[in-house]
Ligand binder design. Structure first.
Ligand code: NAP
Ligand code: FE
Length: 366
């Protein structure tokens, strides 16, 4: 038994927003734009969206304060601004951080009595409709309901509700061309980890998810090196954007595994980019799963031949060269937290606190 569900309308191509401007009228009459601090301007997406809105006579308010790994404080500030603005739909432009932030801001903006803690109570709250315009190719946030926020203690926490699935995603690869090499690599490795982790959870049960995972992994395997050699090539950037979005569709059906859970503290407390943090954990977690179920891993990483080939691929993009200092107290605290993460329920194999403590110790020794 399997089911496939994606409520998001996807429009992809060069100048896709201006080509489909009239669609915005269906969504609302007053737009609230959520972006990071500078890249939405730098990549040209913000100006293009503002010009389309002007052409449609749709007024707007811009909230451009979203930081990497968005905090509860920023979300609550954005939510208040949205409530007060009179806007009735949200346009998110940026990497996963602004896209995730926009989902939470949209919920809090509509339910002004709520704060971020209310996002994690399991209730389904309504939200203003969200339009997602990704400028990185990694998180797949443009096709998932998930939003990963950072609480007051620095811990990353994910939530998702039916209302936080974007209503429309506009994919224009031109907006991803300005990504510098380190962000191109980290985001591509995030997409790769979604693709293979998702298939570990799926284990062939949903044939559409299997097909999308194999396709996404294959594209990243083939094109990541080429993109880095030709950073201005929009068509190659389009391949990565496509792979990242379909890997997002994979995790919209499966969620992620212990790889993501183990990576979170590295991003929260050591500033390691999210995709790089996953990549550092991937091989060791997958070898552990493979001990119990080698076929499951062999199938999930297709078209990589085996974990050695995948490991060599990750190394080629600098995965072992992250230099980190992690204290014994941090190892103790992180391994305790990671072993309790909900991702563990989806991860086959036996994972105990000692495994994660050892994992963090080995990362430290790189
Ligand atoms: P990000 O945190 O959104 O952005 C990283 C950096 O890249 C920022 O400095 C940003 O600048 C810059 N940037 C973005 N687009 C650019 C462009 N086109 N040109 C130049 N610079 C650009 O990165 P991300 O990896 O896409 O998102 C990571 C976040 O998503 C994490 O919080 C992670 O936990 C979350 N995530 C969510 C999901 C999900 O399913 N929702 C899945 C995986 C990860 P600005 O700050 O100026 O914008
Ligand atoms: Fe991720």
């Amino acid at each position: 038994m399997w089911k496939y569900f994606l409520p998001t309308k996807i429009f992809a191509g060069i100048e896709i927003i201006s080509e489909n401007a009239e669609l915005l009228r269906e969504v609302g009459t007053n737009a609230f734009l959520v972006t990071g601090k500078s890249s939405a301007k730098k990549c040209g997406a913000l100006d293009e969206v503002l010009s389309v809105l002007r052409g449609l006579d749709i007024p707007n308010t811009v909230f451009d304060e979203v930081e990497e790994n968005p905090s509860f404080a920023t979300i609550e500030k954005g939510g208040k601004k949205l409530s007060a603005s009179g806007c009735d739909f949200v346009i998110a432009i940026g990497g996963g951080s602004p896209l995730d932030a926009a989902k939470a801001i949209s919920v809090i903006g509509m339910n002004s009595e709520c704060d971020c803690r209310d996002l994690y109570t399991g209730q389904n709250l309504p939200a203003f409709p969200i339009i997602a315009i990704p400028t990185t190719s990694g998180t797949g946030s443009e096709v998932t309901p998930y939003s990963i926020l950072t609480d007051g203690e620095g811990t990353k926490k994910g939530f998702g509700m039916p209302s936080t699935f974007p209503y429309i995603s506009f994919l224009d690869p031109r907006y991803t061309v300005t990504m510098p090499a380190d962000i191109t690599v980290a985001t591509a490795l995030d997409a790769l980890s979604h693709s293979v982790e998702g298939e570990v959870v799926n284990n062939g049960k949903n044939p559409l998810v299997k097909m999308l995972s194999r396709e996404a992994t294959g594209i990243i395997k083939e094109f990541l090196g080429k993109v880095l050699m030709n950073e201005d090539n929009v068509s190659l950037r389009g391949q990565m954007q496509y792979a990242s979005t379909i890997a997002g569709i994979v995790i919209a059906h499966t969620g992620t595994t212990a790889v993501h859970a183990a990576g979170y503290p590295l991003s929260s407390f050591k500033g390691v980019r999210h995709g790089m943090a996953n990549a550092l954990m991937l091989i060791k977690v997958f070898r552990r799963i493979a001990n119990a179920d080698p076929e499951r891993i062999a199938s999930a990483i297709e078209p990589f031949e085996d974990l050695d080939e995948l490991n060599a691929f990750l190394k080629k993009f600098g995965v072992e060269r992250v230099d980190l200092r992690i204290s014994d107290e941090e190892i103790e605290k992180w391994s305790e937290q990671t072993v309790k993460a909900s991702h563990l329920k989806k991860t086959p194999g036996n994972f105990d606190k000692q495994f994660f403590a050892q994992l963090y110790r080995e990362i430290k020794n790189h």
